[in-house]
Design a protein around this ligand. Structure first.
Ligand code: HEC
Ligand code: HEC
Length: 365
């Protein structure tokens, strides 16, 4: 069986007395929950579960369909397609470095990788199962899974529950970390030649006039490029409910179907963002600050995949949360989003900087 471990050997991941493994340059230790320590057996099992297409109604969709290794764990579609080419409403974020996020999904509706992993199986536009029973039936009767669950958890096939399935998938995902980019070598490694002069100028824009760093955080000794918070930067502005009736309808849908199904099946409900989870007005249209690591490899961009290139992203920010200056100024916009007045050169430099965030294992020599 293929085992995918990026940038790290399993042994280093297992190190640190269960507290978390060594990480590549520019990243902190991977946080490992106390009740789900990393083991080689569990990681291998999670890898297999992540790639198993039998856990969908059509037998053709696995986690890896939308989070494909050769696409930097995304699908390169504006919004994902699940069973029978059914389209969702959101762009598949990369699973790389998701191990570090304090919440999962664009609206942070799940607190951990363990809890996140149970949702796609039973989402009607993703893997389409009615409940988790078909998964348990497969893993309890397939002899290879029987052996693997026994090794990983010391249990017999009939004792397997979703708890173990979720733990194994999360353990596998915690190996999908990628740092050591030209930026890391320049900034943390002290190699002044690791970034091009244009990327170095772009870093200055990122830290200064562009104010990108106020949300896409860089710390003293590592950078996750996210503050783990939610902001309305204007992306869903055109779809947001325009009056109280529309808002009520959307909220009713969330209450009836649950956030996961409601937001992935209706673009208007989708646009509520973090509000669908908290019902706080300040969260209306707000989405989780994305990590920018490996961003060159994960187009298209934003939670709805509406921006095709990094040039468009920079243009969007430069115009204060809209692609064109002639577009209306979005409502309820975060205070940090204002026109930036960057010169064309500064915009190009900023793009070069974003391209310097690609981890070494993805850079073709
Ligand atoms: C049909 C495509 C599809 C399938 C299948 C799928 N995902 Fe996703 N994944 C998505 C989309 C789209 C999102 C964003 C949804 C949202 O935020 O509402 C997402 C979000 C995530 C996130 C959150 C990352 C972040 O930055 O917050 C993780 C982790 C993840 N998926 C892992 C998995 C796992 C594990 C499986 C299999 C059990 C899986 N996905 C199956 C499309 C898919
Ligand atoms: C106020 C906080 C904030 C500021 C300032 C900010 N961002 Fe973002 N950024 C976000 C949020 C939130 C998202 C996700 C928004 C969405 O999809 O609705 C995002 C998304 C992105 C994405 C797309 C990520 C993906 O995976 O699709 C890129 C690229 C990006 N930002 C770059 C920048 C750059 C460059 C700057 C500076 C010019 C900047 N950001 C300034 C909060 C911010």
């Amino acid at each position: 069986m293929k085992r995918i471990v990026l940038g790290l050997s399993i042994l280093t991941l297992l190190g640190g007395g269960g507290g978390g493994g060594e990480a590549p340059l520019g990243l902190p230790k991977v946080p490992i929950p106390k009740d789900n320590p990393q083991t080689a057996e569990k990681i291998q099992l999670g890898d297999k579960l992540f790639h198993d297409e039998r856990f969908s109604t059509t037998g053709k969709v696995s986690c890896a369909t939308c989070h494909a290794k050769d696409k930097a764990f995304t699908d390169h579609l504006p919004v994902s397609e699940g069973i029978d080419q059914l389209k969702g409403t959101r762009n598949a974020p990369t699973v790389l470095n998701a191990a570090y996020f304090k919440s999962q999904f664009w609206d942070g509706r799940e607190p951990s990788l363990e809890e996140q992993s149970a949702q796609p199986f039973i989402n009607s536009v993703e893997m389409g199962l009615k409940d988790h029973e078909p998964i348990l039936k497969i893993v309890r009767t397939d002899p290879e899974y029987g052996r693997m669950f026994e090794k990983a958890f010391g249990i017999k096939p009939q004792q397997i529950t979703m708890k173990e399935v979720k733990k194994a998938i999360a353990s596998f995902e915690r190996t999908l970390v990628a740092g050591d980019s030209p930026f890391d070598r320049y900034f943390f490694g002290g190699d002044k030649k690791a970034m091009s002069p244009a990327a170095i100028r772009g870093l200055e824009v990122f830290l200064g006039k562009g104010r990108c760093v106020s949300c896409h955080t860089i710390e003293q000794d590592h950078a996750l490029f996210t503050n783990h918070l939610f902001h309305n930067i204007g992306v869903a502005a055109q779809r947001m409910p325009v009056n109280l009736d529309e808002l009520r309808t959307a909220v009713e849908e969330v209450k009836k179907k649950g956030v996961d199904v409601a937001v992935l099946s209706n673009p208007k409900t989708e646009s509520l963002g973090r509000y669908a989870v908290t019902r706080e007005l300040s969260d209306m249209g707000a989405f989780k600050t994305s990590t920018l690591r490996n961003i060159e490899l994960t187009a298209p961009y934003m939670h709805d995949g509406s921006l095709k290139t990094l040039e468009e992203v920079v243009q969007f920010y430069n115009n204060g949360g809209r692609l064109k200056e002639t577009d209306p100024i979005p409502e309820l916009l975060d205070g940090g989003i204002r026109p930036l007045n960057l010169t064309p050169e500064q915009q190009a430099d900023l793009v070069e900087f974003l391209k310097a965030l690609t981890s070494s294992q993805f850079i073709k020599k």
